[in-house]
Unconditional design. Structure first.
Length: 364
């Protein structure tokens, strides 16, 4: 497994893997020798009730929401036991790029629900956890969080989904298709997989995915309006993509899962997205910026209205889809504050217990 370079704000927690063996997929296919990658922060309560599951975004790792983890932050390890997971296909959990049994194009397609299924087995079989206080995620991680609440309503205490709708929109699918086309246009693509790293494809992918789609016109407008400055900014992003060394086929597989996301396709709902969202019984906080060129904010707002205990909060950011990725300190401060307030309202007992513990220590 290849771990990408740590960024300054990443938390270098010990990396762990749960060997789950055969992972049955909803398609009927199986991922053989499946390993679920994860890290943990904090300690389990005696009653194992203080668990928060963190789900990663497309091309992301368990570090995706590290800016929310830490003392005094929304995901405070002194209060919560945080399990930050790597989704199927991100190069750390079993993926087309690292599978020995089903390498490359021999890897079966999977869905967001399959990611959730793997995480459920990690918690139950690997960690002995049968309930979580909350599931938190951004973008594809937020899709997993919503799917958790639909698939396992008795397991999930609360949901925090950032920049994530209950069903992938036509616009988001079009974005994914454009970025897949960038990679597949490279000469390294043989029609089924890549025979070498598609360097030109990754450059085109980066300019579409990370310079345009993940940002907003306001952010790009801050650059000098001349070609050399734009080229230099693009080259910097390409350098970051090269440093991450994410596998191109892994992205394509994850993007197919992203395209297919629809909680209404959960067994028992017959494709009815609204009914599936209405079945969510736990409190849900959904957040999105005014302009998101990947997952349009109006889809996230609409999703929140279909959830009985759903709340939508607009992120006052000009950073678009990157508003949840620690692109700006102010955005991170805002998210930590909103999520902390949500947890205090939905899980008040954990804060009362923590306060009582602190008072007991102070009186000694």
């Amino acid at each position: 497994m290849h771990h990408p370079p740590l960024l300054p704000w990443h938390i270098d927690a010990p990396h762990q893997s749960a060997i789950l063996g055969e992972l049955a997929l909803e398609s009927g296919e199986v991922i053989h020798d499946y390993r679920q990658s994860f890290v943990t922060h904090g300690h389990l309560d005696v009653d194992r009730s203080n668990v928060i599951l963190v789900c990663a975004a497309i091309t992301g790792t368990h570090h995706r929401l590290d800016h929310l983890i830490g003392r005094g932050r929304a995901l405070d390890p002194e209060r919560w036991f945080i399990v930050a997971t790597d989704p199927i296909g991100n190069g750390l959990s079993t993926s087309p790029s690292n599978s020995h049994a089903q390498p490359g194009a021999g890897f079966p397609r999977y869905t967001i629900r399959d990611m959730v299924g793997a995480q459920r087995r990690l918690l139950a079989e690997g960690l002995g956890i049968d309930r979580v206080a909350a599931v938190v995620g951004a973008s594809m991680g937020g899709m997993q969080a919503l799917q958790w609440a639909v698939s396992h309503p008795s397991v999930v205490g609360a949901v925090v989904a950032l920049t994530a709708p209950g069903r992938t929109s036509a616009w988001s699918i079009a974005v994914n298709e454009a970025t897949r086309a960038c990679l597949m246009a490279d000469a390294a693509w043989n029609g089924a997989e890549f025979v070498a790293r598609p360097e030109r494809g990754w450059r085109a992918w980066t300019l579409v995915q990370r310079m345009l789609m993940s940002r907003s016109p306001d952010v790009v407008a801050a650059l000098p309006p001349d070609p050399p400055a734009i080229i230099a900014a693009g080259n910097a992003l390409v350098g970051a993509t090269q440093a991450s060394d994410f596998d191109a086929l892994d992205f394509i597989y994850q993007s197919w899962a992203y395209d297919a996301h629809d909680v209404g396709c959960t067994a028992g709902f017959g494709g009815d997205t609204e009914a599936a969202l209405a079945s969510i019984s736990s409190p849900a906080l959904l957040l999105a910026p005014p302009l998101d060129l990947y997952n349009p904010a109006h889809d996230v707002r609409s999703t929140s209205r279909m959830i009985k205990n759903g709340t939508f909060v607009e992120i006052p950011s000009r950073h678009g889809h990157q508003s949840t990725a620690n692109a700006c300190a102010a955005d991170s401060i805002f998210l930590n504050g909103e999520i902390d307030r949500f947890f205090r309202a939905s899980h008040e007992r954990f804060y009362r217990r923590a306060a009582a513990g602190s008072a007991a220590i102070a009186s000694r």
